[in-house]
Design a protein around this ligand. Structure first.
Ligand code: ZN
Ligand code: ZN
Length: 250
């Protein structure tokens, strides 16, 4: 099959690869759409010691089951393959599974015509959902998880909270869209890139500002936010988050 293989730092090669390994309890999936995760970019730049070349990257995907249980179903995947019997799996927190493996990391990923994964990691998608939208399930789940954790801790109902999202990349955009769909009225997104700010304003109808610009309109006052989502995870955004969040808020 054809695949895009991470062959060296800053190098990917489109080439012929063997068909995916496919064992008992696995499904073989024909990939119809696959996204590029920030972690794929880290790997491509040679900054991820867990992803070593040669490796087929890619784990945010949607497609159809060709072989195995559920043949013919349209699916997306949880890229994690978990053991089902460790302490975390038994608690339903299988994202923390001590024995987890992952497509596009410890085994071949989705930048290929076909990929195999555990049948238990496959999730059906609605018949009317496009494969391109379905391929965004994994990054969207990251934002859903952050909001679920926040909602357990917030003192006020989420729609009444003033929320700041730091960064308007995939996770920041998906967080902003989810917040709006949950009815949150005050959502502000900090983003240095003008094109991304324009997309956020158009797609999510949120206020945006450039954190590098002094006294930008919509820049939050210190201690003014009920919830801050750091969708960048850098030194500067950590400092901005701590400055913007109210005392004892999230
Ligand atoms: Zn990812
Ligand atoms: Zn486990």
């Amino acid at each position: 099959m054809k695949a895009l293989v991470y062959t060296n730092p800053n190098e990917v090669t489109y080439r012929e690869e063997p068909e995916p390994q496919f064992g008992a309890g696995d499904v073989l999936i024909e990939v119809d759409a696959v996204g590029i995760c920030g972690s794929d970019m880290h790997a491509y730049h040679g900054h991820d010691p867990r992803r070593n070349p040669p490796l087929i990257l890619g784990h945010a995907l949607a497609g159809r089951i060709l072989e195995g249980p559920g043949k013919g179903r349209r699916v997306t995947v949880n890229p994690l393959i978990t053991c089902g019997h460790c302490e975390y799996c038994k608690q339903g927190r299988d994202n923390l599974c001590a024995n987890r493996t992952m497509i596009g990391m410890t085994r071949a990923g989705g930048f290929a015509e076909r990929v195999s994964t555990a049948a238990a990691s496959v999730i059906d998608i609605p018949q009317d959902m496009s494969v391109r939208a379905a391929a965004l399930t994994e990054p969207a789940a990251t934002a859903v998880h952050a909001l679920n954790v926040a909602m357990r801790a917030l003192v006020r109902p989420l729609p009444e909270c003033r929320v700041l999202v730091l960064g308007g990349g995939a996770i920041g955009m998906l967080s902003a869209l989810l917040l709006k769909s949950y009815g949150v009225r005050h959502v502000t997104v900090s983003e240095t890139n003008a094109l991304r700010r324009a997309s956020l304003e158009k797609a999510a109808q949120v206020a945006t500002y450039d954190p590098l610009q002094a006294n930008a309109a919509h820049a939050p006052a210190d201690n003014s936010m009920d919830l801050v989502i750091d969708a960048v995870g850098g030194k500067a955004t950590r400092a901005s988050a701590l400055a913007a969040v109210k005392p004892a808020a999230w």
